[in-house]
Write a new protein. Structure first.
Length: 82
């Protein structure tokens, strides 16, 4: 299933991804720090959703209360992917 999420409090403007068999696929960010977000997308490709949440929840960016990867975690927590 394909998902779109509008992040809050970060530089990226949209997060899109698919979930297939409980794993993330095709993660793409619109806006934000291009190189870092491409790296995140590659690193989490085919990871189990539970593992992404466990490893990336509450990661902060600079003085912000969140980050682009934390916003992905929030998107994953908001959906019923099972």
């Amino acid at each position: 299933m394909h998902y779109e999420y509008i992040p809050k409090g970060v530089c990226s403007k949209k997060i899109e991804f698919d979930i297939i068999d409980g794993k993330i696929k095709n993660l793409a960010y619109t806006g934000g720090c291009n190189g870092n977000l491409k790296a995140i997308s590659r690193l989490v490709e085919n990871m189990r959703i539970e593992d992404i949440i466990a490893k990336c929840k509450n990661v902060r960016c600079r003085e912000k209360d969140t980050s682009c990867i934390d916003q992905l975690v929030r998107a994953l927590e908001d959906i019923d992917y099972k």
